[in-house]
Design a protein around this ligand. Sequence first.
Ligand SMILES: [Zn+2]
Length: 175
Amino acid sequence: MKLPVIHIDQIPDGGLQKELVLDPAWLDEVLGSAELTTFPGVKAHASLRLDRDERNVFLSGIVEASARATCVACLEPVDLALRASLKLNLEPAVAKPGRPAHDEVELTRDELDVDVYADDLIDLGYWLREALLLEAPLHPRHDECPVKIEMPAQPRATVSVDPRLAPLARLMKKE
Ligand SMILES: [Zn+2]
């Protein structure tokens, strides 16, 4: 299932509200790129609003999805509730031949508020994907994981002191 692509002319003066149930196959593909997976009964939805001011579109709302990751501490599955809010000012792209509009702006957390759309079309799937991926934790772990992450201890035998630092090492041992 593809998520709706809204033509700018579909947005009435009073704005357009969209309630979307996100297709598991779509979600699986999105989450897969962040090393997350879906699971049976996964819930995912988006509540979006599009408002239009001349050619500028303000896209706002929330997207929520559950996802499963591998806890970095205990390596057991950990279920996550991803929730992202969207607040985007979309401006019509100035056409540059051979270059997709979405390449114009590199998205980061701070810059997620102004971007462009091309060909009069707002691809909701694109923005939902970006928003969800920004919420995906880099190091997922249980809130109260029984396993504490500890740095692997350096085996003492292999620690060798640079000969030039030897005097310093001797000094430190004395203290
Ligand atoms: Zn864990």
